[in-house]
Write a protein that binds this ligand. Structure first.
Ligand code: HGY
Ligand code: MN
Ligand code: MN
Length: 417
């Protein structure tokens, strides 16, 4: 429910920015494929920088390409209060994942500047370079990891994208020097609030536009490779096969069923698979697939992962397959900061906007920033609970309600204390 009070955020202006940004990397009617360091990604970051300048913010780019827009405060030397999200997308994803949080941050700071002028501590809106791992399978959170200093020295050279290009090459192509990644690290963030689409069904089920996140899930992403022996599909008896596909099928149904049996909020997904030689009449020699397993409860996450790994080892041993497990991403769940959650709740109440406490089943840049600063998140309702697909949609009214809560929470933090 939304109250009748005066609004600081103009929903139509916010919608225009979302739709304009969606032109960069547009695919099909509503899809967006904006992969980190691509030409369309670079053009989108240029557009963001231009909007920040129009909003009266001071713009800087760091060494990985995160774009920062500052509303400088009267109290220099204080930690900054930042908001924002990522500009890259799934391949293809929709118009809102990440992008909405970026334009909401700029819109909120523009509204605060117009109404209240100079804040106490400096406010910043940031457009982070990468979160989705849609170009580089193990890159997730490239922008936010750079900020907290969690990119390994050789990582840009080691990471290879689905297109065969290394992260270091992609950075250079986009005009960034991989040798300077460490200079993106900061130590001056005092608080970070990320607005994001929910990407799930809970707000819609409860008929509520806005969520306030109290916890963000933990996850582990594996690349599982099974190696057997390629052989003739007609002449090789079943008991003499080393069939990588049969092993994969057993593991895939096993891990999915394990998460299902453990119940909510456990989830496990096998989303990508490659088969060699991938022929109708040949027993596959090698099958590789991803496993993404999540729970916001640390103990439950450990149990889920232990069960998955035990199952993989048992199936591989019984079928005489070589098992190789590569961990591409591994994050513990995090708790949002109670004081920031309270500021968001108070902001929603002040605006007469009903906001529901909730847990995030998606992972977010805020998880990385949590290594150096208190964080919190505002969610807005996703139609049909759909995301990571061109169909993802959030109404302008819901996006504006979430941005209203964000702006008012930032006001509490930067103008009232
Ligand atoms: O996978 C995730 O949760 C994020 O949306 N990339
Ligand atoms: Mn996202
Ligand atoms: Mn995403």
């Amino acid at each position: 429910m939304t109250g009748e009070g005066e609004r600081w955020i103009d929903g139509d202006a916010l919608e225009r920015l979302v739709l304009d940004l969606a032109h960069f990397g547009a695919t099909g009617e509503t899809g967006v494929a904006r992969l980190v360091y691509s030409l369309e990604w670079a053009a989108a970051q240029d557009q963001i920088a231009a909007w920040m300048t129009e909003a009266g913010l001071r713009v800087e780019r760091d060494s990985v390409g995160n774009v920062w827009g500052y509303l400088d405060g009267a109290e220099g030397g204080q930690p900054i209060i930042a908001t924002g999200s990522h500009i890259d997308s799934q391949n293809p994803g929709g118009r809102f994942d990440g992008a909405l949080g970026v334009v909401a941050g700029i819109t909120a700071l523009a509204a605060l500047r117009r109404r209240f002028g100079v804040p106490g501590p400096t406010l910043a809106a940031v457009s982070l370079v990468e979160e989705e791992a849609s170009r580089f399978p193990a890159a997730n959170f490239w922008g936010s990891r750079a900020i907290v200093g969690k990119i390994a020295p050789d990582e840009a050279k080691r990471l290879r994208g689905y297109d065969g290009v290394t992260m270091a090459e992609a950075m250079r192509d986009a005009g960034y020097d991989p040798a300077r990644i460490d200079t993106a690290k900061r130590d001056d963030i005092g608080a970070f609030i990320e607005l994001h689409i929910e990407q799930g069904p809970f707000l819609e089920h409860e008929d509520v536009a806005v969520g306030i996140v109290e916890r963000i899930t933990g996850y582990r992403q594996y690349l599982v490779t099974l190696e057997g022996t390629a052989n003739h599909a007609g002449t090789t008896p079943m008991d003499l096969r080393r069939d990588a596909m049969a092993g994969a099928a057993e593991i895939i149904s096993g891990v999915v069923n394990t998460a299902h049996r453990m119940g909510r909020p456990c989830v496990t997904t096998v989303g990508r698979m490659t088969v060699a030689p991938n022929e109708r009449a040949v027993i596959p020699r090698q099958v590789a697939f991803t496993v993404d397993a999540r729970s916001p409860d640390p103990a439950q996450r450990e149990l889920l992962l232990a069960r998955h790994e035990a199952l993989m080892e048992e199936v591989a041993a019984r079928r005489d397959l070589a098992l190789h497990l590569r961990i591409d991403s591994d994050r513990q769940p995090i708790a949002c900061d109670p004081a920031l959650v309270a500021a968001l709740s108070a902001a929603a109440a002040e605006a007469g906007i009903t906001a529901m406490p909730m847990t995030s089943g998606a992972v977010h840049d805020a998880m990385q920033i949590a290594a150096m600063a208190p964080v919190a998140m505002v969610f807005v309702r996703s139609r049909g609970g759909i995301s990571h697909a061109p169909e993802e949609y959030t109404s302008t009214a819901d996006a504006a309600a979430g941005t209203e809560v964000l702006a008012r929470a930032l006001h509490r933090l930067a103008y009232q204390s």
